[in-house]
Design a protein around this ligand. Structure first.
Ligand SMILES: *Cc1c(COP(=O)(O)O)cnc(C)c1O
Length: 377
């Protein structure tokens, strides 16, 4: 059996090696390392793929989120509601801009921000909601957009884990994640569903004025060379990363399909196992792109299971072990433990198994047999 990786970047590279190597070499020969034609072409190709009017590439997914908030003109003291159960980057940029993060609980099945908890957290200072399409599953965008419309709030989608997922609205219409809210961010970190070979990120929006503002923000607040109209940042996707992404974008749907196929096999193996709850899937198949395959283990020692898997050469992860509202950097007197019942429970139960585009049946059989061996003891 091939060695099992949490994410098999090497195996995936082997399958696209020639195209990637040629593209990278072309960039080096052209010496257009920054803002080269590859960046512009990738931007257009991603706009087409997502069905969104504007893609603005930038340096990473954390910058992308920050720039979304800068572009919307959020000001110190404005409250921004986001999920307690997500990667810290989401709340970090809110705090960094001296906005006020308001963390709320998530749904026990999808792990995504709970629309009812959003409603309860709204105050006259609330300006924006940041749903995260966690582990690759679409947040409840029908409910979130409705709340935003009712209260005149911005919606900033953190799409770092959800790229390629398709949301189906209640009326049957569909849209890619990241093309639904006012603006969205994504990350091209190597292990993300569309990853480059270093750092990278992007911002999406259908709003022409906002896109114009953001194009200045990413480039030192410049709209005309050496005229700095607003305080900006320097956040660029480099041409070599764009070349890698151009080679991978045509495969993104196939990559996500491979992830779903692996998830289906995991699901099937765990179907009748009592102590394991497999990932809930809400609606259509393409609603979930399985950035992570995350189980909930009940009545079993999760950390001992992780150790058992590691001892058998199976990597696994706990995303995330501590609720954000309990992280030192983000504690706040306003938070009450009874408002975080779900997150407080999830951090004890979740475990993510290896998930990538190169998992084969032999590996999946081995992984599932080792999980079952432990949980049925
Ligand atoms: C990865 C990730 C980010 C940050 O992306 P970087 O490119 O690493 O800065 C933000 N939010 C979520 C939910 C992520 O998973």
């Amino acid at each position: 059996m091939k060695k099992i990786h949490m994410v098999d970047l090497k195996g995936q590279y082997e399958s696209i090696k020639e195209r990637v190597n040629t593209s990278i070499n072309e960039v080096i020969n052209s010496t257009a390392f920054i803002n080269g034609p590859e960046v512009h072409t990738f931007q257009k190709e991603l706009e087409d793929y997502l069905g969104v009017k504007h893609v603005i590439p930038c340096a990473n997914g954390t910058d992308a989120l920050q720039i979304c908030m800068m572009g919307l003109g959020l000001k110190p003291g404005d409250e921004v509601i986001t999920a307690d159960f997500t990667f810290a980057a989401t709340v970090e940029v809110i705090a960094l801009l001296q906005l006020t993060p308001v963390l709320v609980d998530v749904e026990p099945d999808t792990f995504n921000i709970d629309p009812e908890a959003i409603r309860k957290a709204i105050t006259p200072k609330t300006k924006a909601i940041v749903p995260v399409h966690l582990f690759g599953q679409c947040a409840n965008m029908d409910a979130i957009m409705e709340i935003a419309r009712e209260h005149n709030l911005y919606v900033i989608e953190d799409n770092a884990q959800g790229i390629g997922a398709t949301y189906t609205f209640k009326d049957g219409s569909k849209a890619k994640t990241g093309a639904i809210g006012d603006v969205a961010s994504t990350s091209f970190f190597p292990s993300k569903n569309l990853g480059c070979y270093g750092d990278g990120g992007a911002i999406f929006t259908n709003n022409d004025d906002l896109a114009h503002t953001i194009r200045g923000v990413v480039n030192h607040g410049m709209y005309k060379r050496y005229h700095h109209d607003v305080v900006g940042v320097n956040s660029r996707l480099d041409s070599i990363q764009a070349a890698v992404l151009r080679a991978k974008l045509p495969n993104l749907d196939a990559y996500n399909k491979a992830r779903r196929a692996a998830a289906d096999k995991y699901d099937k193996a765990f179907e009748t196992v009592e102590n394991i709850e497999t990932p809930f899937r809400d609606g259509a198949d393409d609603n979930h792109v399985f950035h992570q395959y995350t189980l909930k283990v009940k009545g079993t020692d999760r950390d001992a299971l992780a150790k058992h898997l590691n001892e058998n050469g199976i990597p696994c992860g706990v995303y995330y072990p501590i609720p954000l509202h309990l992280q030192k950097a983000y504690v706040d007197k306003r938070y009450k433990e009874e408002d975080f019942v779900v997150t407080n429970q999830l951090v004890k139960e979740v475990i993510s198994l290896p998930m990538h585009t190169e998992l084969d049946d032999e590996q999946i059989d081995f992984i599932t047999s080792k999980v079952i061996e432990f949980t049925s003891k």
